[in-house]
Ligand binder design. Structure first.
Ligand SMILES: Nc1ncnc2c1ncn2[C@@H]1O[C@H](COP(=O)(O)OP(=O)(O)OP(=O)(O)O)[C@@H](O)[C@H]1O
Ligand SMILES: [Mg+2]
Length: 354
């Protein structure tokens, strides 16, 4: 874990806000506080916050109700406003790279670089070739500012902005370590977006976002059953056939999961074809839609790779006084981004100024 005081992780998703705060006790990590609030369906559309006061109010309520007094937060961003590219540059020192990075970014990013916040991570140095591989990350300043303003309105101080896919990787590494040799896929299936991060030999090798996730399934149920969004959500979460759920729901969910698995497979195929890599050994799924049993089955069948739920709480304890452990554990895969963000500290070297 990095130095300094842990920040509170704030994950503003299309369907809900998730908040987590960690505490280190005798080298063990403990969840000190957490919070969750559903957002109305139209609050966030295509990654843009349409109703910022609804988000601000939900944040104020979570921090108040959960008695979270720490106001310095780490927030996650994703979607169309974020671009991630793996690039190769000549070997250079960090000082040279800091100076050069905007120029390098300009060659790879199809937007005016002055409108972007740019960051990078050195993936691999190859002195024999005089080159190094970087992960270049750029996010639109406008979008970051929108989030920062919402947080400020909620009386919070944004200290770190991170990319959801890397936050998940960070959490995975913290809990289980990354396999030094093999290749795994970290898949987060939320409400609006499914994000895929293929991690090979300990570093991110490929990321992609697919705008198909839980919401599309809910919407299909809503249309075909002629019910409300809330009712469709309840039908979906009820799982397999039960007397309380219309018969057709199970079939709708199955069909949607097969479709989504097909889209995921296309990304896996693209990675395998372009990287020359032989195989992906395991797919770890997180996000609220990871709890849809038919989805894991459909992906497993299609990809012929074992699929496993990523439980970011597997090695965490909780502060019983403030945390409803059973409730948190039941939805831990949905909390992965908030938990990953809460690993971040306020005195890390590189941060985006939000
Ligand atoms: N037990 C469950 N069974 C099936 N689906 C579930 C369950 N719990 C949550 N979901 C679904 O998970 C989705 C929400 O997941 P999550 O909180 O990870 O998304 P989000 O972060 O709000 O959205 P995004 O990441 O796309 O912006 C919703 O579509 C919801 O219906
Ligand atoms: Mg999410």
């Amino acid at each position: 874990m990095a130095e300094g005081k842990n920040l509170v992780g704030v994950d503003i998703g299309a369907s809900s806000i998730k908040v987590a705060q960690l505490k280190e006790t005798r080298k063990k990590l403990q969840v000190a506080r957490w919070g969750f609030a559903l957002l109305a369906p139209q609050t966030i559309i295509d990654g843009h916050v349409m109703n910022s006061s609804a988000v601000t109010e939900a944040l104020l309520k979570i921090f108040h109700d959960q008695k979270i007094t720490q106001k310095d937060v780490a927030v996650g961003v994703y979607g169309q406003s974020v671009i991630v590219r793996k690039i190769t540059v000549p070997m250079m020192t960090q000082a040279e790279l800091d100076e050069q990075i905007n120029w390098e970014a300009e060659q790879h990013i199809p937007f005016d670089i002055k409108l972007m916040s740019v960051d990078y991570e050195v993936l691999r140095k190859r002195p024999e070739a005089g080159q190094m591989d970087l992960l270049l990350v750029a996010a639109k300043k406008d979008e970051i500012n929108d989030y920062a303003n919402i947080l400020r309105d909620a009386k919070l101080r944004p200290a770190v902005v991170d990319i959801n896919a890397f936050t998940i990787q960070n959490m995975f590494e913290n809990q289980f370590g990354l396999p030094p040799d093999g290749t795994i896929a970290l898949l987060n299936v939320g409400a609006a977006v499914s994000s895929l991060n293929i991690v090979s030999r300990g570093v991110s090798a490929f990321t992609r976002e697919i705008t198909n996730a839980g919401n599309a399934i809910t919407e299909e149920i809503r249309k075909q059953c002629g019910c409300s969004h809330e009712q469709a959500e309840a039908y979906k979460a009820a799982g397999g056939p039960t007397q309380m759920v219309p018969q057709e729901v199970h079939q709708i969910v199955l069909q949607a999961c097969v479709g989504l698995a097909g889209e995921i497979q296309r990304s896996l195929d693209f990675y395998l074809a372009t990287s020359g890599e032989q195989e992906i050994t395991r797919i770890f799924v997180s996000g609220g839609s990871a709890y849809l049993a038919p989805l894991a089955q459909a992906i497993e069948k299609r990809a012929r790779v074992p699929v496993q739920l990523f439980d970011p709480m597997a090695n965490l304890t909780v502060e019983a006084k403030y945390v409803d452990e059973a409730k948190l554990r039941a939805m831990s895969a949905q909390m992965v981004v908030a938990l990953g963000l809460s690993l971040r500290c306020d005195r890390e070297r590189r941060q985006w100024s939000a």
